[in-house]
Write a protein that binds this ligand. Structure first.
Ligand SMILES: Cc1cc2nc3c(=O)[nH]c(=O)nc-3n(C[C@H](O)[C@H](O)[C@H](O)COP(=O)(O)O)c2cc1C
Length: 388
């Protein structure tokens, strides 16, 4: 029997009979403003901010708003199934947690809380290389939960291989290689506050616990934190790689690999030629190239170019169940959810992430039914109308 995510709605209304209301809002826009009230300005803007003028953050939302769903009636959509399989992983819903670094700036439990919430709901978590807890600690928190690993590709083959081996040993099944952040973009909000978590030694748990990284240091991170931080910053930013170099990752990772940050159909084709199994169409939530094309606008062309050969995933701007439906209708097999659950983490750790995820899944399930669809396979270009 497929998961009945929509039942969260009746659970909330029934609890209301005893005077219990949700711990925080279900409205995605209000969620961001209420997180702002809870968080210090440095961490808040690190999460909410974008590159440059913020044009791409806005464009991501505008691209969703421009497309509207055309509901169909009397289609017998009472029973629904939103399950799917992506990169060999069976998903109860077409949703994964996007890789988000430095989660301890949002809540002291950081990635551990997120891993527990994701595992509880059967939603895979993609662990960032910039995690504030180690690969092994997060694996333990995730238990039987499905977990993938996101690579910020170090400029050292020894460290790369060591980190990949650790992730495989700890049960991470798929690899997501982020291509769009080989150096950090110009981010005015962070610059204004001179706030970069990594420089402060946050989000360095993975390299600091890595034997190959530690072997590259003259003094251990415990003896000389600043030098270790600087070494790591130089190692994971500043050097662009090439398509040919993907063969190296293929050689050292036995499971499926997806590349994240693809926005051009030709790059998608190159990824397929390089033997990749998946593509994440993403502009990093508008945090990298200010003025970049909205990720949703790039999706149909990429899905058309390579969707029959690899799994196409999508992120950047997903806030509601309707957004998930729109992305699937335009060719994605699943979406990565980003900022919303980070705001949930800020509101209440594991419980907060859980509330945001349950809300999104319920919204997806109910909206799918109300638009007259019973499964993801029913969705396609015919589901949408584009407003000019
Ligand atoms: C605070 C923050 C940290 C992020 N850290 C990473 C990361 O470590 N690795 C990565 O590939 N993407 C990272 N991303 C990008 C997300 O994976 C995803 O592409 C983005 O959040 C999607 O945009 P949205 O949150 O507006 O939907 C980060 C995003 C945010 C907001």
């Amino acid at each position: 029997m497929p998961a009945q995510f929509g039942s969260y709605q009746s659970e909330i209304y029934l609890q209301g009979m005893s005077g219990v209301v949700p711990a925080f809002t279900n409205d995605p826009t209000a969620l961001e403003s209420s997180a702002r009230e809870l968080m210090e300005p440095g961490p808040y803007w690190y999460v909410a901010g974008g590159a440059g003028s913020g044009a791409t953050v806005r464009a991501n939302r505008e691209a969703f708003d421009r497309r509207r769903i055309v509901p169909r009636m009397l289609t017998d959509a009472t029973e629904r199934d939103v399950s799917t399989t992506v990169l060999g992983t069976e998903l109860a819903a077409p949703v994964l947690l996007a890789p988000i670094g430095v989660q301890s700036i949002v809540h002291p439990d950081g990635e551990l809380a997120t891993a527990r919430a994701a595992a509880e709901l059967g939603i895979p978590m993609i662990l960032s290389t910039a995690s504030s807890h180690t690969i092994e600690e997060v694996a333990e928190a995730s238990g039987d939960g499905e977990r993938w690993y996101q690579l910020y590709w170090p400029n050292s083959d020894d460290v790369t291989v060591s980190v990949l081996e650790r992730a495989e040993r700890a049960g991470y099944t798929a690899l997501v290689v982020t291509l769009d952040t080989w150096t950090l973009a110009w981010r005015p909000h962070d610059l204004d506050q001179s706030y970069l978590p990594f420089i402060r030694g946050i989000g360095t748990a993975i390299p600091f616990s890595d034997p190959a990284f530690r072997a590259s240091l003259e003094r251990t991170p415990e003896e000389d934190r600043n030098s270790a931080v600087l070494r790591w910053v130089q190692m994971f930013t500043g050097v662009d790689k090439s398509w040919e170099r993907l063969a190296f990752l293929r050689e050292h990772w036995s499971g499926p690999i997806a590349v994240k940050g693809v926005l051009h159909p030709d790059d998608a084709r190159r990824a397929v030629d390089a033997g990749m199994d998946g593509i994440v169409v993403s502009n990093h939530g508008g945090r990298q190239v200010d003025g970049s094309v909205a990720a949703l606008d790039a999706l149909p062309g990429i899905a058309e170019a390579v969707g029959d050969r690899v799994d196409v995933l999508f992120d950047s701007g997903v806030r509601t169940g309707a957004d998930v439906i729109k992305a699937i209708a335009l060719g994605a097999k699943a979406v990565l959810l980003g900022r919303p659950w980070v705001y949930g983490l800020a509101h209440g750790g594991q419980e907060g992430v859980r509330h945001v995820l349950r809300g999104l899944l319920a919204d997806l399930d109910l909206t799918l039914g109300l638009t007259g669809n019973r499964s993801l396979a029913d969705l396609g270009r015919h589901t949408l109308m584009e407003n000019s």
